[in-house]
Design a protein around this ligand. Structure first.
Ligand code: FAD
Ligand code: UDP
Length: 389
């Protein structure tokens, strides 16, 4: 046992930790991953038609954080890419987030001008207003607009995606896609927006390119490692292990579901190849009101790949069932907060285990947030020294 660190999960969180431990501390790490590949949900690969696709749905990288951008730039070059989304609404394609350009597509020009003036007077220009906040506006015309956007953009999409209406979720969920008082059609306004030039998987391989990292794929950690949930004592392959464990799998699974399962939403992805150069105008088209799927993404927009054909993916939301599909989205609402609190309290008692990432923290994190958190936990808790990136 000449290693002091075991990392469970080779997604963004686990890979950043394994990379930091090997590069900064010069220590050996065992990295356990239950899937047959690295990268977690950000894994990409070339399909049978030679198109680079994202196995677990489209992953668009964006961040405001220089620390995250600089860190990842050590392992990849980038292709500039600013994501654009159109929503198919009443037979028209209009920018999402709903903005002033969408407003002018949705309504006759005089009415659109009046609504535009009211939005700018009320909120300012280049301001993002969550739909649930806009719905509280006292002005009858803005209330009418808010109801329109709520009905056409949010209500059915959210019911499809989550199985419940926007009010039954944490307001932070729909606030991710606010009404934007602006003519900026981009989905994100972050300073850094780009895609790894040779894909996420290649970037992850570069991060793990160290003799100090021993990767074990196809391994559910419980088959090789056990943790005494009272004392925190760890056994690895039948031997006591007195190092540190970084855990990035589901929080409830770690604790054998002792307080019950934490609910998740899942997705089914349907990929389709078309023998044409281009399928749709932008990276993603959302279908808030029609069909069972929520959105269609064409990968070539994201990757700028030149190829004879094009591959798209449709996302069909579905309930999460263990053994059947994967836990993609933590369902953040008041009812689950209490359950989460119980697991968090237990997790805090285990001083040799670090819980990190979307599943282990049960947080609706984007990739950059996960990287930022992993870097912080490494420097403040695992390494105990100042961050060196
Ligand atoms: P994961 O990627 O889930 O990695 C956890 C790893 O742990 C997995 O590989 C899993 O197999 C492994 N594991 C779990 N249990 C065990 C076990 N028992 N034993 C061993 N290994 C185990 N973010 C963005 O910034 N932009 C986007 O456009 C974007 N799009 C997304 C689209 C979808 C459909 C989804 C689901 C997420 C999206 N995200 C996006 C979020 C992004 O996927 C996450 O922020 C990021 O991948 C989280 O990394 P992680 O390492 O915490 O978790
Ligand atoms: N949303 C919606 N209509 C849209 C886009 C988003 O109702 O056209 C809501 C929906 O509830 C969704 C949430 O906003 O789950 C967050 O959207 P985002 O695009 O950030 O979701 P993700 O990319 O994480 O799946």
């Amino acid at each position: 046992m000449d290693f002091k660190y075991i990392v469970v999960g080779a997604g963004f969180s686990g890979i950043v930790m394994a990379e930091r431990i090997s590069t900064v501390l010069g220590e050996r790490t065992i990295l356990l991953e239950q899937r047959n590949h690295i990268g977690g949900n950000a894994y990409d690969y070339y399909d049978e038609y030679g198109n680079l696709i994202h196995k677990y749905g489209p992953h668009i990288f964006h961040t405001t954080l220089p620390v995250v951008w600089n860190y990842l730039s050590q392992f990849t070059d980038w292709i500039p890419y600013e994501h654009k989304v159109l929503g198919s609404i009443d037979g028209q394609l209009m920018p999402i987030p709903f903005n002033l350009n969408s407003l002018h597509l949705a309504f006759p020009s005089k009415m659109a001008m009046r609504l535009e003036d009211k939005l700018i007077d009320g909120y300012g220009y280049n301001v993002k207003v969550p739909i649930l906040k806009l719905r509280n506006n006292d002005d009858p015309e803005l209330q009418f607009l808010a109801d329109y956007i709520y009905e056409k953009v949010f209500l059915n999409y959210t019911i499809k995606q989550w199985g419940v209406s926007p009010e039954e979720l944490s307001p932070s969920v729909t606030a991710r896609v606010p009404v934007y008082v602006s003519r900026d059609d981009r989905y994100f306004q972050d300073k850094y927006q780009a895609m790894p030039r040779h894909g996420y998987t290649q970037m992850f391989e570069n991060m793990l390119n160290s003799k100090l990292i021993h990767l074990m794929l196809n391994t559910d950690y419980k088959d090789v490692l056990s943790v005494d949930l009272e004392t925190g004592e760890i056994t690895f392959l039948g031997q006591p292990f007195d190092g540190k464990l970084i855990y990035t799998g589901p929080l409830d699974y770690f604790f054998d579901f002792k307080y019950g399962p934490l609910p998740y939403r899942s997705l089914r992805f349907e990929f389709e190849n078309h023998a044409t150069n281009s399928y749709q105008r932008v990276g993603t088209v959302n279908y808030p009101c029609d069909y069972d799927y929520t959105r269609v993404t064409e990968f070539k927009h994201l990757t700028h790949q030149q190829s004879q054909s094009t591959t798209i993916v449709r996302e069909y939301p579905e309930p999460y069932e263990r053994e059947k599909n994967l836990p993609y989205y933590p369902i953040k609402n008041d009812a689950n907060a209490e359950l989460l609190g119980l697991y968090h309290a237990d997790a805090r008692r285990l001083s040799n285990v670090f819980f990190l990432g979307r599943l282990a923290e049960y947080q609706y994190y984007n990739m950059d947030a996960v990287v930022s958190k992993a870097l912080k936990v490494f420097s403040q808790n695992v390494c105990g020294g100042p961050q060196d990136t």
